[in-house]
Design a protein around this ligand. Sequence first.
Ligand code: PMP
Ligand code: GLN
Length: 381
Amino acid sequence: LNRRLTEFGTTIFAEMSALAARTGSINLGQGFPDTDGPDEIREAAVRALREGKGNQYPPGPGVPELRAAISEHQQRFYDLPFDPETEVLVTAGATEAIAATMLALLEPGDEVIAFEPFYDSYAACIAMAGAKRVPLTLHAPSFRPDLDELRAKITPQTRLLLLNTPHNPTGMVLSAEEQDAIAALAVEHDLLVVTDEVYEHLVYEGTHRPIAALPGMRERTVSISSAGKTFSFTGWKVGWVTANGPLVAAVRTAKQYLTYVSSGPFQYAIAEALRLPDSYFDGFRADLRRKRDLLGDGLRAAGFEVYQPQGTYFITADITPLGEKDAYAFCRALPERCGVVAIPNSVFYDDPDAGRSQVRFTFCKRDDVLDEATSRLQRLA
Ligand code: PMP
Ligand code: GLN
């Protein structure tokens, strides 16, 4: 393994899901639902396979039906026009979109400012591009970014701001004022903005507003999203990028040599999913909001300090009230102690002390599973 990657090893998601499988625990660690998305979308994938749509290499930028549906989705929800021919790129999940974007836009030595705790692939992709991550730490309990600190971290080497809203793992959703301030800094310092919006349809307080919609931002923003979370098909790995033509062309250049194309039949199915009526998106969000409250109440009853998320399907909780202080040790021991798996947030920080007592639980699970998990956790005390 080269020097750029030695610090990365196995991702925490794989480590903790393996621990859950090995111990037969309830897995509230890795974020994937235990109920598949809509039947008609699954059927659309089967139909595409049967009809021979996408069984051979689809076009590099994605099948035209899906690119059109992504463009319509951006228009419908955000009033943002993107030309499906030149301003939309289909990727193998948001993960590939993040990698291709970093590899396409960064020079060795460039600095990338990203919220910490960060989703683990950000650090690895920045490193693979030979660039340097500069964390902007979000602190409990509110996890709001300190915008004076952001300004102070911008140097002549800063090339891009990597945003994530709604934010994994904290559930923080950037406010309109924060986005305005971040956009103004990007314009003032002529920075690119890459924004990971995979939880765009899981906002419980306020609404999701893509930063690409703000003045001066369209030409400098790469927006990334994915079907995995919105439609509960995380295994299909269909993601996308929307940006102006030159930025999409740059990301496409890198994507060509990572996967060349993304898997075909699922693209046709996700094109149908993106055109589902508003009632699908509203119902999905309402269901997850209810589950957030179910898990939050259960964790509070078990003695955790719960930080209420405004978006995503994760809750970050503090273990200090349980007399614990080390999240990683706590998560390693949890299956043995009560048959539940969670993710230690400490691994998403450069400063190991910063998130030491925080753990993340997902609530994208059936109600009976959440009930059973929280009753097991209540036996910890
Ligand atoms: N970004 C964030 C913030 C995520 O939580 C995830 C996991 N869904 C991804 C990117 C990766 O998405 P995908 O599964 O589509 O690659
Ligand atoms: N995004 C999911 C999470 O945060 C996991 C995806 C992955 O395993 N890479 O749990």
